[in-house]
Design a binder for this molecule. Sequence first.
Ligand SMILES: NC(=O)c1ccc[n+]([C@@H]2O[C@H](COP(=O)([O-])OP(=O)(O)OC[C@H]3O[C@@H](n4cnc5c(N)ncnc54)[C@H](O)[C@@H]3O)[C@@H](O)[C@H]2O)c1
Ligand SMILES: O=CCCC(=O)O
Length: 465
Amino acid sequence: MANHIQVYNPASGELIKEVPMNTKEQINQSLANGHMEFKKWSRTDAHTRSKLLKDWSRVIQENKEKIAEVMTLENGKPLKESIGEVNYATSYIDWYAEEATRIYGRTVPASSPSKRIIVNRQPIGLVAAITPWNFPAAMMTRKAAPALAAGCTFIVKPAEETPLTTMKLIELAHDVGIPKDAIQYVNGNGPEIGSLFTDSEHVRKITFTGSTPVGKTLIRNSADTVKHVTMELGGHAPLIVAEDADLDFAVTQTIISKFRNAGQTCVCANRVIVHENIIDSFSEKLAKAVSTLKVGHGLDNDTDIGPIINEKGYRKIVNQVNDALDKGAEVLVGNKFSANKEQDTYFVHPTILQNIDESMNIMHEETFGPVIPLVSFKEIDEAVELANHTPYGLAAYFFTNDYRVGTYLQEHLDFGIIGWNDGAPSGAHVPFGGMKESGLGREGGAEGIEPYLETKYVSVGGYDF
Ligand SMILES: NC(=O)c1ccc[n+]([C@@H]2O[C@H](COP(=O)([O-])OP(=O)(O)OC[C@H]3O[C@@H](n4cnc5c(N)ncnc54)[C@H](O)[C@@H]3O)[C@@H](O)[C@H]2O)c1
Ligand SMILES: O=CCCC(=O)O
């Protein structure tokens, strides 16, 4: 059906559901409705908004298993990771339910005894979001929750591959009483809906999670109406293992960082940079651990690595591996691929490549797959230079128990998120986001509500009591 999105299971190729695509007229009507609703929602008191967000989180938790199963079916990630993502998604709602009641203004000493100055924070208006397929629940709630908490209305276009999780979450928001025009979804083609969002005079903010090229287009297209933008874009995370690191711990954390969602995570370690004196023992331990990871269907209990989302993502991974092998890389583990063109299903077995150098594409492009390139360094400056040699600046990891090495690294790495002896630094309570071409703005933590607020200052004069 041309006017429907077909949602397939990437592990089996089965059609899960057909979702109607919204027409241009319907989307413009939704934008107008969101704009109208803003007048009401922005005037509800913060405690009511907070309570509704808490109710939303509660019903999502009550439906956690069902939602997680839908997520695994449309995205492919192992069920245990889908359950983890539902928890991650509600943690943003819980956090911003609390923050809703802590949006403070201030007073400023005036320059004259006859004046008083008040600084107010106000919601910015209708927010339009575009989200990716790799975290269909959490990438939506970490935008929707602060927007609603601040008093903004919200509309989202989920990824065509994974609309079902988002639709279910938004239906639950309506069930608990969040007005239907305060949080809406629309489905359809990315570029077309993107243009309707950026062209609309009703939309005051675009918030996007996805690839850097699409982010750049949205920034450009937002300029004509001077919209606020938050951009969570691509990554190319380095993971540095210093000479003194606890190797067993570093191996465990590397696996946690690298193989989340089959490596299809923006903060996944993408280049593993190890001191030359320990690279042999580190690789041996890593290879042993990686060889035990099981590839399969996300609904099978023992699956660690699910499918790659689609052929385009699969081809990119295969090309990076082949390019590295052509240029002299060696396979330590893996390099096994299972593609079924007829079913349209694609699996990549966890792979470690060694003998890597900077001429290889894998050292410059985001992989978005379960492949580790191992590269060695001698001096710490060399590791920093390698790590920073990318236009991306989202996440970086390092392992050392030497506070001098750690302090030097955290101060010199040009990345917005640093995991020092920590392969999983994400959380609702922290400011997530990237430097350089990885994005603009932060989501999560106290910072994550700021992009949904305007500052208005009021100067009250003529006070002559
Ligand atoms: N920084 C972060 O927080 C973060 C989180 C998750 C994913 N990502 C990044 O997302 C990318 C993977 O996701 P993807 O492949 O779905 O990215 P993508 O940019 O292709 O698509 C993301 C979303 O944008 C829509 N889209 C595509 N073209 C568009 C256009 N021209 N205008 C408007 N919308 C458009 C898609 O339909 C989808 O909903 C990776 O680069 C990853 O690093 C970043
Ligand atoms: O892929 C991006 C999101 C991952 C995270 O929030 O940790």
